[in-house]
Design a protein around this ligand. Structure first.
Ligand SMILES: [Zn+2]
Length: 196
């Protein structure tokens, strides 16, 4: 049987999480089975996380302080790895070979839709990357990824006269998204980074 209320809940969950319908149906079913007390606790947990977790003022990573742990770490080199999403930072941290910093773009440029947040983040990054040694653009090899990389490269050159820009090596399949790449391939593609 289909209930409008459940369909609305599933639609909302799908919008928020970008998960498949099958996955959101499972979450919706679990939510419906929660007791009043469990709903209250879940609400509290969401509110607490929203209150205490914010974006790092330098790199857009999540942090419970003004500046994230990585940006505050003086031992990190003056290199930047630019990623699309927050969770890709932990993916690169796990492979353990990057000792520089990160910058989260929070999306990619698109020819069809206006991308105010991404555009602003690109401007912020170029300003931040004024005195750095190296920039690696670890973005997907999709059309949007390519477009974004070209734009960042152009601005780094125009504004900072900066040319030391790399991308991940071609070990990554065309149009692949970083989040679906296994750690071994990702590590290889970072080691064999290519200058653009
Ligand atoms: Zn940071």
């Amino acid at each position: 049987m289909n209930f409008v209320e459940i369909e609305i809940l599933e639609k909302k969950l799908k919008e928020i999480t970008k998960l498949s319908l099958k996955q959101v149906k499972k979450i919706a079913f679990n939510l419906l089975n929660l007791s009043e007390n469990e709903i209250f606790n879940l609400n509290q947990a969401i509110s607490k996380a929203r209150e205490n977790i914010k974006k790092c003022k330098y790199c857009n990573s999540y942090t419970d302080k003004e500046t994230c742990e990585i940006c505050s770490d003086k031992k990190r080199s003056k290199k930047y790895l630019v990623v699309e999403k927050y969770d890709e930072v932990s993916k690169f941290e796990e492979i353990g070979i990057w000792n520089g910093r990160y910058f989260v773009l929070e999306g990619l440029l698109d020819t069809k839709t206006s991308q105010e947040i991404v555009n602003q983040n690109i401007i912020n990054f170029v300003a931040l990357a004024e005195n750095v040694d190296e920039v690696v653009l670890a973005l997907s090899s999709t059309l949007q990824g390519q477009l974004t990389m070209q734009q960042i490269k152009k601005l780094l050159l125009d504004k900072n006269k900066f040319k030391n820009v790399f991308t991940l090596s071609t070990g990554i399949p065309l149009a692949a998204e970083i989040e679906y790449i296994d750690p071994v391939t990702l590590k290889e593609s970072l080691i064999n980074k290519v200058k653009i």
